[in-house]
Design a binder for this molecule. Structure first.
Ligand code: ADP
Length: 505
């Protein structure tokens, strides 16, 4: 058995005490061992050491969890609860998240590597907020009355209306970049709508979702409403996506796996929503306020170490200000202290895993070998020699659209910077991607801002800001960045289906 290495910084904290407990599966409100008895190792990205051994759920466990979710959906108290009671439980989960902010943030830093301060001010509060936002919808899932024009007989009359009903048993598969927040974005609306859930966290970062499972039980979720099966993507994830008694699968992750999910869903034609990759353009015009645009563009790519599906990874700068902006962002990058997320000076922690470290450094090499120049970064950080997955924030210049680093999602702190001369060409260049998740536009010209917001094919366009998220604002992708939207009232469409009822009078 591998030794577990708890970092000294949290040794006496509730998060460390929680960590020492066995890491089992949540099925039907019980924490149970996986049927195969296997576990997998979870690593601290700051050191490469093992911090937990977590139950490796497989197809048999997924099946057991789906059965529990099915019973809870068809026959459990969940179905009979009033919307107000359901909403209260969802609200309470949000409150418990807030009350356990420090502990959840520590688990997030330990598991994902992000700076503790960021987890405390962003990941955890946003996760609490989406539960409270969605709790209010539980009592507002209304249909419509429909005026009917068709006449079956001269005096026929009808009363028609729609019901908004929960879609049923939902499989949710989430990534490792915002482990708690992605669980919250998925769970909160599903629960508010009255669905039951089998959640599969990412194998790199399962810890905070498991702690969230405990809090959800404490909040009063009845048996089987939320089941959490930790495990690998190709086993537990694939079994969930292909299970014939799952009514809907909601996935966030890579476009490549998203396509596998779509294929896996064909057996019973379960509903599918996907939040996938991106290669988001971030466009700076010469009339922009560079005092905000430069740090804004730096944060667009370096926030969360570039491990954001919406990272502003393709920077386009109007030619006259290109050098000023590129060197300004390089200055910002040089100010970034790379280190352990528990160190309070750290601005950028390690990447999440060895695999991610290999991927990002490989892309840096591909860029440099194909003619790009690193204005800063371009390599692993020297802290990586001690085993952590550290890389340097990187700006690649002398890049063009045909390069792999400009077309493919790197998912690390690497931005490709290009100039443009003709403001008219920038829409086509921005849209020159298989992705369409997000975009940034920096300009003082309000007409141009509106024109670009309409013309850019992306699910979110930020103007004179970037990475602004709110529970009320829908988020999701155009093109190969996904199907459906998370957050806002739009997400309810993911978890509800509409029934028309027509009564002959
Ligand atoms: P990344 O490449 O960023 O690690 P992935 O798309 O591989 O992202 O992973 C996102 C989520 O999808 C994780 O929970 C992972 O376990 C899961 N996953 C990976 N492969 C599959 C698969 N074949 N079927 C279902 N889920 C999968």
């Amino acid at each position: 058995m591998t030794a577990i290495a708890i970092p000294p910084s949290i040794a006496s904290r509730p998060s460390a005490q929680w960590l020492s407990k066995p890491k089992q599966l949540l099925i039907n409100n019980q924490w149970v061992d996986p049927q195969g008895g296997e576990t997998f190792d979870v690593f601290n990205p700051a050191t490469g050491e093992v911090i937990a051994q977590v139950a490796a759920g497989e197809a048999a466990d997924i099946d057991k969890a789906v059965k529990a979710a099915r019973r809870a959906f068809e026959d459990g108290p969940w179905k009979k609860m009033t919307p107000s009671e359901r909403g209260k439980i969802v609200w309470r989960i949000g409150e418990l998240i807030d009350q356990h902010c420090d502990e959840l943030a520590e688990l997030e830093t330990l598991d994902n590597g992000k700076p503790l301060a960021v987890a405390k001010v962003a990941d955890v509060p946003l996760a609490g907020d989406i539960f409270r936002y969605m709790a209010g919808y539980a009592t507002k899932l209304e249909g419509n009355t429909i005026p009917i024009s068709v006449l079956y007989a001269p005096d026929s009359q009808f009363h028609a209306f729609t019901l908004r009903e929960p879609v049923g048993v939902v499989g949710q598969i989430i990534p490792w970049n915002f482990p708690l927040l992605m669980a919250a974005w998925k769970l909160a609306p599903a629960l508010a709508c009255g669905c039951t859930v089998v959640l599969k966290p990412a194998e790199q970062t399962p810890l905070s979702a498991m702690r969230l499972g405990e809090l959800a039980l404490e909040a009063g979720l009845p048996e089987g409403v939320l089941n959490i099966v930790t495990g690998l993507g190709e086993t537990a994830g694939a079994a969930l996506a292909s299970h014939n008694d799952v009514d809907k699968v909601a996935f966030t992750g890579s476009t490549e796996v998203g396509k596998m999910i779509v294929n896996a869903a064909t057996g019973n034609l379960k509903k599918v929503t996907l939040e996938l990759g991106g290669k988001s353009p971030n466009v700076i015009f010469k009339d922009a306020d560079l005092n905000t645009a430069i740090p804004g563009a730096a944060s667009a790519i370096f926030f969360n170490h570039g491990q954001c599906c919406c990272a502003g990874s393709r920077l386009y700068v109007e030619k006259e200000i290109f050098d000023e902006v590129a060197s300004g962002i390089a200055e910002e990058a040089k100010k970034i202290t790379v280190g352990d997320g528990f160190d309070e000076n750290t601005v950028m922690g390690p990447l999440v895993s060895q695999e991610q470290f290999d991927r990002v450094t490989k892309y840096m090499d591909i860029g440099l070998n194909s003619g790009a120049k690193a204005l800063c970064g371009g390599s692993a950080n020297e802290a990586a020699k001690d085993g952590g997955y550290y890389v340097n924030p990187t700006i690649l210049v002398d890049t063009h659209e045909q390069m792999q680093v400009v077309q493919e999602e790197i998912f690390g702190p690497v931005v490709t910077a290009m100039s443009f001369t003709d403001p008219e060409e920038i829409v086509a260049r921005s849209n020159d991607s298989i992705y369409g998740l997000a975009a940034g536009v920096w300009t003082a010209d309000i007409s141009r801002a509106h024109r670009l917001a309409k013309a850019i094919k992306a699910g979110t366009v930020w103007v004179n800001c970037y990475n602004v998220f709110d529970s009320a604002m829908p988020f999701g992708g155009y093109k190969q960045s996904g199907w459906g939207r998370e957050m806002g009232h739009e997400v309810l469409n993911n978890y509800l289906q509409t029934k028309s009822v027509c009564i002959g009078l």
